[in-house]
Write a protein that binds this ligand. Structure first.
Ligand code: COA
Length: 187
């Protein structure tokens, strides 16, 4: 049996994909659909996670996707992925998306997102991945940030559950007064 790799560097799985934005990716306004960018992000996350783990991986969670700038047909989009954190079978991949207008030489940072991927074995069960070797202050900062992001997400999940089960107990009239709706429902 091949012994599993104990640890890998971040450089081992660092991955960049560059793709030309073609007309079929665009909406009627000539801007690229957000779903196209999401699909590319999923691809680069897979490439990075499968390199690190040496295994088949699935996407489990995507942490915040905010598109900060539109991307136009004819631009080049580069997606830079690197591993920020590893758990037992899970890996957090940080992805930075940059669009480039080659004629003007202008670059835009369109978004940064974090994909959680899980490595699976032949029986489709989560399998342990190599530890991550942290070699720079940036590596360390990203690893620590991922730990805190996970904690914030856990808190968000339990707060949201609380809101869902107690929403009727809120002072709804007060809550809605600064929002743009006409409430015809009385509880
Ligand atoms: C996510 C999935 C792997 C969990 O499997 P499971 O048998 O319940 O295993 P576990 O509970 O041990 O979770 C495995 C790992 O996933 C992590 N995980 C599970 N749900 C998660 C979530 N919502 N966000 C972040 N991590 C999550 C766990 O923390 C665990 O990490 P660790 O091994 O590093 O500690 C499984 O539900 C699955 O395969 N989901 C479908 C994924 C998929 O098909 N994606 C493609 C999109 S269609």
């Amino acid at each position: 049996m091949i012994s599993p790799v104990e640890a890998r560097s971040i450089d081992f799985s660092r991955t960049t994909i560059t793709e030309l934005m073609i007309p079929s990716y665009a909406n009627f306004g000539g801007k690229i659909h957000g779903g196209i960018l999401l699909s590319l992000m999923d691809k680069v996350a897979y490439a990075c996670a499968s390199r690190h783990s040496g295994a088949y991986c699935v996407t489990v969670s995507v942490d915040t996707v905010d598109f900060l700038k539109p991307v136009a047909v004819g631009e080049l989009v580069s997606l830079k992925a690197s591993i920020n954190y590893v758990g037992n079978s899970s890996m957090v991949i940080g992805i930075k998306v940059i669009s480039e207008d080659v004629k003007s030489g202008k670059y835009n940072h369109t978004n940064t997102s974090y994909f959680t991927m899980v490595a699976k074995d032949e029986s489709d069960r989560p399998v342990a991945v190599p530890k991550l070797i942290l070699e720079s202050v940036t590596d360390l900062r990203r690893f620590v940030e991922a730990i805190y992001r996970r904690k914030l997400k856990d808190n968000y999940g339990s707060n949201l559950k609380n809101v869902k089960s107690h929403w009727e107990e809120e002072n709804i009239h007060e809550l809605l007064k600064d929002h743009r709706c006409i409430n015809k429902v009385s509880l």
